[in-house]
Design a protein around this ligand. Sequence first.
Ligand SMILES: Nc1ncnc2c1ncn2[C@@H]1O[C@H](COP(=O)(O)OP(=O)(O)OP(=O)(O)O)[C@@H](O)[C@H]1O
Ligand SMILES: [Mg+2]
Length: 99
Amino acid sequence: MKIMVEENKPVTTETSEKSVVVEMKNLKKSFGEKKVLVDISLKIYKGENLVILGKSGTGKSVLIKCIVGLLEWDEGDLILFGQNVSNLKRNELSEIRKK
Ligand SMILES: Nc1ncnc2c1ncn2[C@@H]1O[C@H](COP(=O)(O)OP(=O)(O)OP(=O)(O)O)[C@@H](O)[C@H]1O
Ligand SMILES: [Mg+2]
């Protein structure tokens, strides 16, 4: 699986820093013995387009399901809009998902 980021327009100005919308740190997800995500780390900045490429069954959907909260991961951190959601409860998560 390859993760490619293409910035479609500059989001940095001299006075502001690019804001990170999604950050993943060493995310791991297995189903039984099958390791699907192994230490996935990435940052998605506001204004960027992210493309995830890979053969069927390499974990693209699992990765996205973790980001949107449809799957729980085993280890690692997911930070959305600057907030670490790894240990959030369901109702707290639903507020962030509205964004
Ligand atoms: N709920 C689940 N339970 C067990 N295994 C799962 C589950 N979801 C996904 N997998 C396994 O995880 C691996 C990655 O699946 P995933 O659906 O993320 O692949 P994908 O890259 O999205 O493939 P495709 O291009 O066909 O959509 C596969 O081996 C799949 O069988
Ligand atoms: Mg898929």
